[in-house]
Design a protein around this ligand. Sequence first.
Ligand code: FES
Length: 108
Amino acid sequence: MKIFVLDRDGREHPLDALEGWRVMEVIRDWGLPMRAECGGAALCGTCMVRIARQWLDRVPAPQDDELDMLDRLGAEDAATRLSCQILLSAELDGLRVALVPEEEMADA
Ligand code: FES
C-alpha cells in the first residue's frame, strides 16, 4: 500500500507503507521531517498532519487521548490529526496527508 505526503515545500511524496503501521512511522522512516518526539504516545503534538478532505470520512475518528492533545494545541479543524494515532489499514491505501508547518507544532 502507499500513502501520499505533501511536504512543506508543496512536493508530494508517494511512500510505500504497511498495514498496521502508524502514519507517523511511515513518514519518519522514509526520512521526511517528522519530529514525533514522544514516539507515538499522543503526548507531544509534533507529528501533526492534515488529512486531505476526500479522506476525512475514511480515517477512523480520534480517541480521547488524541482529542485532548489536539485541544491543547488549538487544532480546530477535523482535518488536523496526530499522525501517530492513525493506524494504516487496507481501507487507507492511497491516503493523502500534508505535513503541518513547524510553527503550528507544539514545542515538546
Ligand atoms: S509522536 Fe508525539 S503525539 Fe504523535
